[in-house]
Design a protein around this ligand. Structure first.
Ligand code: GTQ
Length: 351
């Protein structure tokens, strides 16, 4: 912790005798009161995270260049990390809790099998022929698909098609790393089970689950691994017709057996932004990352105006005031937020 000090009526470090400060520091102790307002600012947290947009037209050429410069064997994961400028390029964070990278895999390449303590998802940005095998389940990767690689599950990526495949990685890595609990184990390539992509096939329609899953001891922690985009898109278009003007046309990706967010730490949702409508959700304590699936538009985040189009990714700080607006037609957004971990910690708020 390195909280900034604030002018206040509380005692300052300089108010104390130098020998007393030296004695305390030699014993690895420190007084709280000079730092109290930094640790617990009044009313609202202090945020270093900036509202920001990474434009795909800027990042993509850099990613393709990585494809030329760095063979997959030298990278394991060929990823360019989206670093929030409020935190610099060393911290590798988009928001305090969310790591986001763009990963490139070229035809015939393999990103070898491993598993780790952070949980991850992939959201496919472009290309076809890519696949991820998760705990023996081989999932095809089509544009807009969401694929989970939860904590502890083996995962490896490959590419059986032509042309580059790019996806967005979102991980709860910053939190797990801060807990000094982040590590990975490498393993031999998985043997994919027959029954390609079975988990999404079993949960084709909301409200219907395989009968045998009702017996509690059969319940898997992660029953669905892939959420295909065409289904989500069609569901959003249906939902729009049943949603009042100004209300969110937004669907959360959940565990179909429990209805709870599909990962314990991060939440994922897809939103249809109606043409010509200013969408202003309630201010909330969660930070988030927004990826543009389709369309273009503009967002105001804490007074910062950001223009976006397909493939772009935005950072939204905690407690931010947000307005999104699609331009020249509707737009589709993918949201990653840290609301599940804030709820688990007991302080998630909407204002
Ligand atoms: O594809 O397994 O962006 O382990 C960072 C860490 C991707 C991955 C990342 C990872 C991966």
């Amino acid at each position: 912790m390195n909280p900034s000090q604030h002018a206040d009526s509380l005692g300052r470090l300089e108010d104390l005798p130098a020998d007393y400060i030296a004695q305390m520091h030699a014993l690895s102790i420190a007084p709280l009161w000079p730092q109290l307002r930094g640790l617990l600012p009044r009313g609202k947290p202090v945020r270093a995270t900036q509202p920001f947009v990474w434009q795909y037209k800027d990042v993509r050429p850099q990613l393709m260049r990585a494809g030329e410069l760095t063979p997959i064997e030298k990278a394991e994961r060929r990823v360019l990390v989206l670093c929030n400028p409020g935190h610099g390029v060393d911290k590798l964070i988009a928001t305090p809790t969310i790591y986001v990278g763009l990963q490139l895999i070229l035809p015939g390449e393999v990103a070898p099998n491993h598993r780790h303590t952070p949980s991850a998802v992939r959201f496919v940005v472009e290309g076809s022929g890519g696949f991820t095998t998760v705990d023996g389940e081989k999932c095809p990767m089509h544009k807009g698909d969401l694929i989970l690689t939860p904590a502890g599950l083996w995962h490896e990526h490959g590419h059986e098609g032509t042309g580059p495949v790019v996806w967005l990685d979102a991980l709860d890595l910053p939190m797990v790393y801060a807990m000094e609990a982040s590590y990975a184990i490498e393993g031999p390539s998985q043997i994919a089970r027959p029954g390609l992509d079975a988990s999404q096939t079993r949960y084709q329609r909301a409200g219907l689950v395989p009968y045998e899953s009702l017996s509690l001891n059969a319940r898997a922690a992660y029953p669905q691994i892939r959420y295909p985009w065409p289904d989500v898109r069609a569901a959003l278009i249906s939902l729009e017709k049943a949603t009042a003007p100004g209300a969110a046309v937004q669907l959360a990706y959940v565990n179909p057996e429990t209805g709870q967010p599909c990962l314990p730490t991060l939440g994922f949702s897809a939103q249809l932004l109606r043409q010509g409508e200013d969408f202003s959700p309630r201010r909330r304590s969660a930070s988030s990352v927004v990826h543009v699936i389709e369309g273009h538009g503009q967002s105001e985040i804490d007074g910062v105006s950001l223009h976006w189009s397909e493939g772009d990714t935005l950072a939204v700080p905690t407690h931010a005031q947000v307005t999104h607006r699609a331009q020249n037609g509707q737009a589709f957004l993918f949201h990653v937020d840290d609301a599940p971990m804030q709820r688990a910690l007991g302080f998630y708020q909407e204002f």
